[in-house]
Design a protein around this ligand. Sequence first.
Ligand SMILES: Nc1nc2c(c(=O)[nH]1)N[C@H]1C(S)=C(S)[C@@H](COP(=O)(O)O)O[C@H]1N2
Ligand SMILES: [Mo]
Length: 417
Amino acid sequence: MDSERRRLFTRREALAGAAGVAAAAALGKLVSAQQVPEDTTKVPGVPTSAYGWPSSFERLARAPVSTPFTSFTPLQHLNGIITPSGLHFERHHNGVPQVDPARYKLLVHGMVAKPMVFTLGDLKRYPAFSRIQFVECSGNSGSGLVNPVATVTAQSVHGLTSTSEWVGVLVSTILREVKPDRNASWALCESMDAAVMTRSIPMEKMWEDAMLAYGQNGEAVRPEQGYPARLLLPGYEGNANVKWVRRIKIGDKPFETREETSKYSDPVCPPDEGECYSRQFTFLMDCKSLITWPSGGQTVPSAGIWEIHGLAWSGRGHIQLVEVSVDGGNNWHPAKLEQPVLPLCHTRFRYLWKWDGREALIMSRATDSSGAVQPTRQQLIDLRGLVRGPDLGFAYHANYIQPWRVAADGKVTNGLV
Ligand SMILES: Nc1nc2c(c(=O)[nH]1)N[C@H]1C(S)=C(S)[C@@H](COP(=O)(O)O)O[C@H]1N2
Ligand SMILES: [Mo]
């Protein structure tokens, strides 16, 4: 009773608060007390099901665009910070392998005192560790940096980032078993898919917070995400998070694999320096944010009060501040960060906007706990030059501010063009 009253009071307060900002915002319609919206009580509901699915009225989809090996998370339709496992973006270079967990084995060898092989059961028997963390492809948003076009969505340009609760064993636990040589400084991590994805990872990272994940959002890691076990490197570019991991070889220098020489090294051509060069081992994902509502392809139904919201994240720490501008970047206002605000994780931000119904350019800018501030597209180009990555005209590590243009009719398009 008491807590019920308190709850109502808090809600009233909240409504009064909102009304203070939006005196004229009447949501819902006034009706006579007898009117029941729709009577669904005369038909018995459907019985239980073995596995639940979203309502048939909610049909979200990962969208493949140009290849069958990349799909994008529909960021503009998500609530909160967790990406449903079935909507986690997918990036695989040669398809999803079918791995029988009973036959799964992980070999850890190289510069170690005790080379060892672990079954999935072995990995699960060690003390488990959980964390909520994003995985973002380093090519995410790259198309919008290189070649911005008007009709895009948050999903089609920025949907190569997703957040899950991951569960697994810390790599440090496994390292204590195999006892790496004291001169060991790099680990080769290799997968069992047809792409044989292989990356060199600094041993500091392997000791610090790397994880072999077998759980995702309460279930086993999905096949697309690396079933039965993947490497997770908090804050590192997606590519280094080797899925279907089968081998870790400890060494004392980077192994210079295909994925870190011909790909996943970033061409840089600063306008004021003569030579172009390649940045290698650019592991950390930069500080970034994105307004997901209202965003490209959506329509703001009318003038009035609307809550802008979106996601912010950084591979360098937690999100400290998100600012929103609704006038093309002239004035910035702090947005509200929704709890939980976790390091190396998507963070939801919200900002109440009173739209006057005239064309507006809206955007968000994040600052992380390392002090890094999200740059504009122009600042990023001034820093690196506008060069195409080796893949599909992507540029890696494209964390520019994404402006959205809200036209007078409410339609939202890319504010970069
Ligand atoms: N074994 C293997 N691991 C892989 C890949 C791959 O093709 N094979 N793709 C990498 C790339 S480029 C990215 S962005 C992430 C994507 O992880 P996800 O598909 O779980 O979203 O996995 C990485 N790990
Ligand atoms: Mo990627």
